[in-house]
Design a binder for this molecule. Structure first.
Ligand SMILES: C[S@@+](CC[C@H](N)C(=O)[O-])C[C@H]1O[C@@H](n2cnc3c(N)ncnc32)[C@H](O)[C@@H]1O
Length: 243
């Protein structure tokens, strides 16, 4: 999507991120990461955002650092309790340098797919592998691509409707470039707000290969944050790689 860069997500979403992006899996995912990382682990969160995951982990006593592309998102985090104590480097998590090494790195909430190409996603894996201690782990959470609602490469969904507003999501699918392009259209009495989001998806097998090329091996894969087995019915996966 031409014009969508590393800072765009925050520019468009920071104002209402915490209200609209509050999945009921946060506690489960924080607890799972704490367990996988292990007591005393030095942790790095890629795309730390407004601290949804990092702040509870810091409260549990972990030393946690972050990388984030958007200063608007980091401003949200800094205003919260404990937010000023977390070291954060502003930059593209595919490339940016950050002091390490770390015992555990994680990238959740489908954010791997915010990187716009296979090359960028591969650079991300290499960047992580370079910063992990021996036997360090890298956890990612992404959806499993699903085109079942698409017809002729496009889909429209009504996300919310009430007396004064309609939120509609238009999406296109490009199977060659493995791209979903979303346009969230919010029609309210104040006008129309457009919130675009491109996502370059990858199958679990391709993600495993990117990890392997970076020197990481598959350690475990779940079909949800409860630790259910990953099957051909799974809508998402939580995967851990090891150096
Ligand atoms: C869906 S949010 C996830 C935030 C946080 N990890 C969470 O779970 O709530 C995606 C975040 O990734 C950031 N982001 C997207 N692309 C990025 C990139 N290439 N480099 C750094 N941050 C990026 C956005 O600014 C946003 O804060």
């Amino acid at each position: 999507m031409h014009g969508f860069g590393t800072t765009t997500f925050g520019e468009l979403n920071a104002a209402d991120y915490d209200t609209l992006h509050n999945p009921d899996t946060t506690k489960l995912s924080v607890d799972a990461i704490a367990q996988i990382a292990g007591d005393g682990a030095q942790i790095l969160e890629l795309a730390i955002g407004s601290g949804r995951m990092a702040l509870p982990l810091a409260e549990m006593g972990f030393e946690i650092s972050g990388i984030e592309g958007s200063t608007e998102m980091v401003d949200l985090l800094r205003k919260k309790s404990g937010g000023n104590d977390i070291p954060i480097v502003i930059g593209d998590y595919a490339d940016v340098a950050i002091e390490g090494p770390f015992d555990h790195v994680f990238l959740v909430y489908n954010t791997l797919f915010n990187l716009p190409s296979q090359e960028a996603q591969l650079r991300c894996f290499k960047n992580v592998a370079d910063r992990l201690n021996k036997n360090g782990t890298f956890l990612i959470e992404t959806f499993v691509p699903d085109f079942s609602d698409f017809e002729n490469g496009q889909r429209m969904r009504t996300m919310k409707i009430d007396m004064h507003s309609a939120w509609i999501e238009a999406a296109t699918h490009d199977p060659v470039n493995q791209m979903f392009e979303f346009q969230r259209i919010r029609i309210t009495p104040e006008g129309v707000k457009l919130v675009p989001l491109p996502m370059r998806y990858a199958w679990p097998s391709e993600i495993d290969l990117m990890a392997k090329l970076a020197g990481l091996q598959l350690k475990s894969r779940w079909g949800d944050w409860q630790g259910s087995p990953f099957t051909n019915q799974s809508k998402m996966h939580v995967t851990v790689y090891e150096k």
